[in-house]
Design a protein around this ligand. Structure first.
Ligand code: BEZ
Length: 211
């Protein structure tokens, strides 16, 4: 069954490069990003793991833990991580799940048989502190992901969970946001003291409230 937004992220216990991980316990009360790679020792994946490791502090600032997955065993991950450090100039600093029997891949629907019966596609799941799935993205094996986009979505989710706003096209942290159409103007004036611009009754724009 396909995982949908709002579903509880399936729990699992798996071997990783940092030892055994019980997923929900490992997440604790933080946000999580779980992402899959088709295979070890593949070029695009090599660049993705290096870049994700480089962004560790950016994820930490968003109270977010990162964990990767590929279907190869831990010993293979370890050998590959040496190549990643050598070629990307950055050591992998987060756990990578070994999923040779596809237990986790099947729980999350990471294997798309029309692409491959044996390797995962490039899936990303953002999971909130209540363990709900808040974002799913699926890329083909041939296309490396943009991890700045994952950071951007985390910013949006964490902002919109706190304020009655949504974030417009191409929004990045610090840009103006949209006031929920469910909030009447007089309430909006109280909630958004910096003021707002009404472009249409359903499209009211205000400076980012926590800036
Ligand atoms: C890669 O990471 O480069 C890759 C993996 C599987 C298929 C195609 C490319």
């Amino acid at each position: 069954m396909t995982l949908q937004l709002g579903d509880t992220a399936p729990d699992f216990t798996a071997e990783t490069t940092d030892g055994e991980v019980r997923f929900h316990q490992w997440l604790g009360d933080q946000w999580g990003v779980l992402f899959s790679h088709p295979k070890d020792f593949t070029p695009v994946c090599t660049t993705e793991l290096g870049e994700t490791a480089r962004l560790k502090e950016h994820f930490a600032r968003r109270n977010t833990k990162v964990i990767g997955l590929s279907v190869d065993p831990v010993e293979s991950h370890r050998r590959w991580e040496a190549d990643i450090e050598e070629t990307q100039g950055q050591a992998v600093n987060f756990p990578v799940i070994a999923d040779p029997d596809h237990t986790v891949a099947n729980l999350y629907g990471m294997i798309h048989p029309n692409a491959s019966d044996t390797t995962t596609v490039r899936s990303v799941y953002v999971i909130d502190p209540s363990k709900k799935v808040r974002l799913t993205i699926t890329y083909p094996a041939s296309t490396g992901r943009n991890f700045n986009e994952i950071l951007r979505v985390l910013d949006s989710l964490q902002l919109t969970d706190t304020y009655s706003v949504s974030t417009p096209v191409n929004w990045t942290d610090g840009d103006d946001v949209i006031i929920s159409p469910a909030i009447p103007d007089d309430e909006a004036r109280e909630r958004f003291p910096k003021g707002f611009t009404t472009l249409k009754p359903y499209l009211r724009v205000t400076p980012q409230p926590n800036r």
